[in-house]
Every structure is written in C-alpha cells, then in structure tokens.
Design a protein around this ligand. Structure first.
Ligand SMILES: *Cc1c(COP(=O)(O)O)cnc(C)c1O
Length: 495
C-alpha cells in the first residue's frame, strides 16, 4: 500500500507521517497538514456497499493513516464506533421527501462531531505510543458548542491526556452549555470566555503559537495538541461516512453503479465539507458539493466572488455551530487550488489575519467549480423546519434545516435532479427551543426540558441518553474568563 505522508500548507514541514500530524494538530509554521498525495480507494464501490460502518472506516483510514498497523486501526475503530452510538448503523441514511438525510447525530453528544471525536483519542494515544511520547497530552479546544462536548466525552478520563475547552459564554445553546459544564472527569476543564467563537479560536491559536509557553509546559511533562477540526485525525474519520452513505444507497438499489450523487453540508469551519471533497478525491462519485451557510454567509460570498472577507457583523443565529467568520479548514482547499503553492497560501492567510480579507485569482476560482454556495436566513431556516415537519412528520435540527433549505434553493435554481445526501449534523433534541418554536411559536413559553418532552410526543423519536443524563446532572464547571486571560487559565490548570 502507498505510504501517505503529510506536509504543511505553509511550506515549512514535509514528509510528516500521519501519526505525527495527528499528535501535532497544527504544523509548526501555523499551517495545516495535508496529504502530499491523495490516496485512491482500493476497493470497488460494490465491495464497499456490503461493508458495515466499521469495515468502511478501516478501508478509508488505512489509506490516509498508512503508518498505523491494521491491528492499531482496528483497535481504534472498534473502540470508537461501539455502543456509544444508539444504532448499529452508526450513521443511518433516511430518505425524507426526495433527499437522503445522513444522520450523523447518533453518538454520545448527539451531533456530528462525535463521528470524529469518538475516535480521535484512540488515534492520538496510539500515535503517542508509536512515537514514544512521554509527555501528557493537553488537548486545547475552542468550541462553538458541539466540538467542546464531543471532545470532552472522547477524552474524559483517558490516561495521559488532559482537556481544556473554551466556549463563548453567551454564544452556545442552553443545552450545549449544560452538556459541557456538567462534564465529569478529573482531567477536564471547561471555561466560558467573554467573547464570541472567533475570539476563542484566536486565543487558542495564540497559545499554540507561544513557543515560550510550549517550552515551559514541556518542562512540567506536558505538550499541547488540538482536537479542533484542523486536526487531520478529525478530518479523515469524516471521509468515512460519505463513502458509507454511497454504499448504502448502492446496496438499497437507489443508485446505478457509478451514478453520481450531490452532497449538501451545513458549513462552519469547513471541515465536514472538506471531508466530502476528499471523499470525491479518493474516487467516490460525487458531483456537486453544496456548501450551506447561515446568515454568517462569508463562504457563500467567497464561492460567488472569490473574495474572502471576514470584516462584517458577527450574527448570533439559531444554528450556533455555524456562527463562524473564519473557516479554518478552507486553508487546505486554498492550498490545493493554488496548485500546492505554500508561499501563496501563506500570503493569503497572512492577509486574512492582518486585513481580515483576501482574494483568490481567477484561475484558482475556476478550480472551485464543483462547489456551490448558498445560505438560509433565520426565517427560511424556521420555515424549512416547519414545512418538512408538516409535510412528512420528520423533525430536523436548525443546522440540518439550513442545509435542507439551501438544497431546495439549489434545485430551484439549477433544475439539477441528481440524488442528494444532506449531512444532518445534529439531533433536534440538541436545539429544542429553536426547533419547537419553528414548529409552533407558542412552545416558547415552556422550559427547556418540558420542550424535550413535547418534542418526544410530536416526533415519536426516543429521547437520547445524552439529554436524559443532563436533566439532573450538577454543574461542575463554573469558571469564566476574559479573552486576554485564556493563557493564564491554561497555566493555572497545568501547575
Ligand atoms: C460543527 C458543526 C457544523 C459545521 O461543521 P464544520 O465542519 O465546522 O463546517 C454544522 N452543524 C453542526 C451541528 C455542528 O456541530
């Protein structure tokens, strides 16, 4: 099998084995690790169609993580994708009103980040062993809501690791917040930051970039790593479910062999849709990659004009996990469409950090033709939830609703009839208030857990364990801090 190694999008590092890229998260030069060459699926689509989720995961991960042994990968996969998921399918595909909803929310925290974050701790501790790392690994994470809890659930009480999560104090849903602040595990720390998600992310990046701090914690036996979606150990597990979804459609006779599908992804940090792009790159027949934004439509503007501009109002929406103005993973795509030119990538990213904007060349923009961007307003998102529920009884969360709405717009505008998979990224139980008031504004008078019971009555979908367990759980994490105190908080925790 081909040995796949990684390089930084900013040029300073090359020939890095997958396990090292996973341990580091971010490259030393501030760039992101990308495969020096994309692998190609070595099983036919028909062979993949009869595999279960775990088998599919192995087929995909062995291509990208070529320095892991078969035994190591199978160990990681079997421990990640087990009864933590409430369905054996792991990622079930449900046909609703002419589109296929790929339900990525059946894991421990009922959002799609579980798909990658339930395996990342295993990949990381295995990578540490392979590379004879003695230090304790400190996971440092900024979250817009879902990553935080999924990372906490993955890393809590994992030996030789600690995890620190920063979230925007007033920028996550009440249920997201409750999920995080009730987290058990002596190795966990959860902190509310007086700022928005971008402030949290910038703060974390700054801590990562602080060489002094890195040295001083190394003396105490620690090293930082990232569980954010920039880690290649998160990206690759997300490639799996697109391959799996295609296989399911093929198996069920819903596709002719080789027939192309489109994929719609509700997008924030650009990780999930980039995984779909990689799935296309390794040989999955995907036509269009439809990038759905909420009112923070920086990606819609970018795909349409070629100018990425974060200088705009940050809008708090009902799909908070997509309230992002700096989509970190886009750097990987920029690198690719720049013909793997690290200097050009670095210049653009520097422009983004100094001026808040950059513009790609016409020839780069041409290479984006398989992407299509659109957005859904808050009102459209509500109407989408309401409309699909009235028509079919299926209840979507707000993020999925953004995708569904963009899908409907896409069909209307292009008349494209290609069969389409909608990445359904969260359970409606995670955003109960927004979902229920979209169905009927009168629900707004009820408290959050009453709404959970109402949703159960109306959708007839069982209340997930993740919700049941926080009803009564005590709040264990009460710390908050200002943006400029984040580094001190980290130092205190590692004292
Ligand atoms: C994180 C998240 C997204 C955005 O995914 P990206 O990979 O950051 O683009 C969409 N929906 C939900 C529910 C999420 O948690």
């Amino acid at each position: 099998m081909k040995n796949i190694v990684y390089r930084s999008t900013r040029g300073a590092e090359r020939e890095v084995p997958a396990s090292v890229a996973i341990l580091k998260g971010l490259a030393d030069d501030g760039g992101l690790f990308v495969p020096q060459q994309l692998p190609v699926l070595d099983k036919s689509l028909e062979q993949l169609a009869i595999m279960n989720y775990q088998e599919t995961a192995y087929e995909v991960m062995k291509l990208f993580f070529s320095d892991f042994t078969e035994e190591e990968l199978k160990y990681c996969i079997s421990h990640a994708y087990d009864s933590k998921f409430d369905t054996e399918a792991i990622a079930p595909l449900v046909k609703v009103d002419g589109a296929w909803h790929l339900e990525l929310f059946h894991g421990a925290t009922i959002a799609f980040k579980d798909m990658a974050l339930s395996i990342l701790p295993y990949l990381m501790t295995t990578a540490a062993k392979k590379n004879h790392v003695e230090n304790e690994i400190v996971i440092l994470t900024a979250t817009s809501g879902d990553t935080g809890k999924a990372a906490l659930a993955g890393f809590a009480d994992v030996e030789h690791t600690r995890i620190i999560v920063f979230y925007p104090k007033d920028g996550v849903s009440p249920i997201q917040k409750k999920q995080m602040v009730t987290q058990k595990g002596a190795n966990t720390l959860v902190v509310g930051v007086d700022g928005n998600f971008d402030d949290c992310q910038t703060g974390v990046k700054k801590i990562f970039g602080d060489k002094e701090l890195g040295k001083s914690i190394a003396e105490k036996g620690f090293q930082f790593s990232s569980a954010n979606s920039i880690n290649i150990g998160r990206l690759v597990p997300q490639v799996v479910y697109y391959v799996y979804a295609y296989g399911q459609m093929l198996k069920n006779g819903e596709l002719a062999p080789g027939e192309r599908i489109n994929v719609v992804v509700p997008t924030g940090n650009f990780g999930n849709i980039l995984a779909a792009f990689y799935a296309k790159g390794i040989g999955l027949p995907i036509g269009r990659l439809i990038c759905a934004s909420n009112e923070n439509k920086v990606l819609y503007d970018f795909l349409n004009t070629g100018a990425y501009d974060r200088n705009r109002e940050f809008i708090l929406t009902s799909s908070p996990s997509m309230d992002i103005l700096i989509s970190s993973n886009l750097e990987r795509l920029i690198f690719q469409i720049a013909g793997e030119d690290a200097d050009q990538t670095r210049e653009l990213m520097e422009a983004l950090s100094t001026d808040g904007r950059y513009e790609i060349t016409a020839s780069m923009k041409e290479k984006l033709s398989c992407f299509y961007g659109d957005f859904a307003s808050e009102q459209e998102t509500k109407t989408s939830i309401h409309g699909l529920y009235e028509k079919t009884g299926y209840v979507m969360d707000t993020h999925t609703a953004v995708a569904r709405q963009v899908y409907e717009k896409y069909k209307e505008q292009t008349k494209d009839q290609t069969k389409t998979v909608i990445a359904s990224t969260a359970s409606p139980y995670k955003f109960t208030r927004s979902v229920m008031t979209a169905i009927d504004p009168a629900f707004d008078k009820k408290d959050d857990f009453a709404l959970v019971d109402e949703l159960n009555k109306l959708s007839k979908v069982r209340i997930p364990e993740a919700i049941e367990e926080i009803r009564t759980a005590p709040e264990l994490h009460k710390k908050t801090c200002a943006v400029d105190q984040m580094e001190q908080v980290v130092k205190d925790f590692l004292r």
